[in-house]
Design a protein around this ligand. Sequence first.
Ligand code: AMP
Ligand code: MG
Length: 349
Amino acid sequence: MKQSVKRTILWLVLVLAVAAVLHLTGNRQKQPGYVEADSGSRIVMGTFARVLVVAKDKESAVETIEAAFTELKRIEDLMTVHRESQVTLINDEASKHPVPVDNDIFYILSESIRYGELSGGSFDITVGPLVQLWKTAADTNTPPTQEQLENAQRKVGYKKLVLDPNNQTVFFAVEGMSIDLGAIAKGYAVDKVVEKIRQPSILGAMVDLGGNIRCFGKPAGGKEFWNIGIQDPHVEASDVTTQKTIFTLAFKDEAVATSGDYRRFNTIGGVRHSHIIDPNHPEAESKLNSVTIIAPTALTADALSTAVTVMGAEKGMSLIESLENTEAILITPSGKITKSPGADKFIKY
Ligand code: AMP
Ligand code: MG
């Protein structure tokens, strides 16, 4: 068989296989000149991922969606804690000697330290020992003792994370430390996908990784904006399928992330404990139910939504107001909503 025929058949098989899981939603009669493709939900990095693209043609749309998931998988492989990865290597070895890491990990660690400083230590990827302690407490339904908390706290603190930019290594100054990238890795991954798929054949796209969302360019559905619903934190977890939204945000080229204790928490002795921990007061209850951050990048939105959850409304809002192009919408357990001055321009209804 001729090479060109083989290539055409291969191409057809690929397009048909991928089209089986894509919903090609473009109505080319009504909106000539482009197509829309929606990956639907797929599980990556322990959460649901969805990519929507508006492309010049069907082939670019299909290829782009697959390229996006290849990138997500690459980042998952680097950062997972469920099998061997650079992160598990750091956690196993960095107390003994400096561990060389690649560019992605070095960048995310450097940014994590920067957000640690910006938030006065509220954002801290070295919370690993505390996260572990609360997990064990939930498994055994016994709250940790003061001594256990203090013991874990000694191994926590981003200042004990030593980065060497010349050798691109990471070292733990205290034995037993561990990093947890759960508060920043998804945002980073979304940015990397956007970097990959911003091609001339792609007119616009939205990438959603577990509520860490970034969009750019021409919105889907022939609309003027990308519309993103923010869930009502007071709807019971069992009602999540109803997707009750409290706000709809309208974006052109922004990122958004929501952190909160309304979906993920540990229940110990009948008391709810947030999965987000204040490194300085690990026994404290969280002050905010839901924190939505709008920012230019998904990494910023992800890191800041976690940071502000720990900082609380007052300190959190003054941090947000000190940063350019960054907005916040906070909801307290009693349902009180606080918005930064620029947030309203993104709220559609
Ligand atoms: P997010 O959903 O982005 O707010 O991230 C929450 C996850 O980040 C938790 O499940 C922990 O794995 C981790 N984490 C908890 N507390 C902190 C903290 N204070 N700083 C950074 N990461 C944290
Ligand atoms: Mg986060």
